[in-house]
Design a protein around this ligand. Structure first.
Ligand code: B12
Length: 233
């Protein structure tokens, strides 16, 4: 299911759910170099939309709120454009609901190696389940072969590797290679835990799509997976 945008003035777009209530948000760039954001729900979603605009590198997110009393807009968006942005936000809600209803994204969360730190993996497993994903948690002390076999058997869209032991440079590239050997090269592989920044480029070259460190929110991970999981491609 594709989300089509019929607004020629929009050159970049980011969509996302806001933190509370039914608020949905979009950040757009209408090629004037200033990111604009508008929410279809509550006041908070305007702020999220502004942040999305900023994340796209559109300069300062405009964050033009429909609650005009909150803060004067830096630059007013024409009423017609405001309507289009609001429409896009609503369409995103429908799109997201349909995509998840179709078949939830399946995530294998694995703890490779002898690492006993399982709190992050458990927090993530619970959080992603609440976000509508199907989560399979391997439990502790998995060999790379066990992780690859579980990914194959469970037909997952995402493999998430949680590792805090320091053995990531040995275990993670091995898992990526085994997944490719099993014909699972299109499965999105992410990792998180205690992984020094200096190690990230080598892990990315090995096939880890993104590394999430301490303090990562569930929402960040969920948004990333929805956008990048093989089903989303
Ligand atoms: C709690 C803790 C423990 C607890 C673990 C309890 C448990 N069941 O998990 C106990 C006391 C048992 C423990 C023991 C040890 N620990 Co300890 N521990 C910690 C501590 C303080 C916090 C870890 C934690 O739970 N964080 C909270 C969770 C929610 O965060 P998180 O795991 O980072 O996960 C988040 C992100 O990283 C990310 N994420 C994580 N995984 C994934 C996966 C994916 C796919 C994605 C997308 C995101 C993601 O999202 C999560 C949510 O934000 C850290 C220090 C620290 N500040 O991190 C040390 C730390 C991890 N421990 C450390 C060490 C050395 C040990 C011991 C070896 C100590 C010892 N000599 O005995 C033992 C090893 C035990 C073992 N069997 O492995 C070191 C590791 C050093 C390293 N890797 O270089 C650390 C970093 C402390 C330090 N600064 O030295 N530890």
């Amino acid at each position: 299911m594709a989300l089509t945008v019929r607004a020629p003035w929009v050159t970049k777009i980011a969509l996302g759910g806001a933190g509370v209530g039914a608020g949905l948000s979009v950040g757009v760039d209408d090629s004037d170099g200033v990111g604009d954001g508008l929410g279809a729900g509550d006041g908070l979603s305007d702020a999220v939309a502004a942040a999305l605009g900023e994340r796209l590198g559109m300069g300062e997110g405009g964050g033009v709120a429909h609650d005009w009393t909150r803060r004067a807009p830096r630059r007013p968006i024409a009423a017609t454009r405001r309507r289009t942005i609001r429409h896009l936000a609503l369409r995103w809600g429908e799109y997201h609901a349909a995509a998840m209803a179709d078949r939830p994204i399946r995530v294998l969360l694995a703890k490779p190696g002898l690492d006993g730190h399982d709190r992050g993996a458990k927090v993530l497993a619970r959080g992603l389940r609440d976000e509508g994903f199907e989560v399979i948690y391997t439990g502790l002390r998995q060999t790379p072969e066990m992780v690859a076999a579980a990914a194959l058997q469970e037909d997952v869209d995402v493999v998430g590797l949680s590792i805090l032991s320091g053995a990531h440079m040995t275990l993670l590239p091995k898992i990526c290679q085994l997944l490719r050997d099993e014909g699972l090269g299109d499965v999105l592989v992410t990792a998180g835990g205690i992984i020094p920044d200096d190690d990230i480029p080598a892990l990315e070259s090995a096939g880890i799509s993104r590394v999430f460190g301490p303090g990562t929110t569930i929402r960040e991970v969920a948004e990333y997976l929805r956008t990048n999981a093989r089903r989303a491609a």
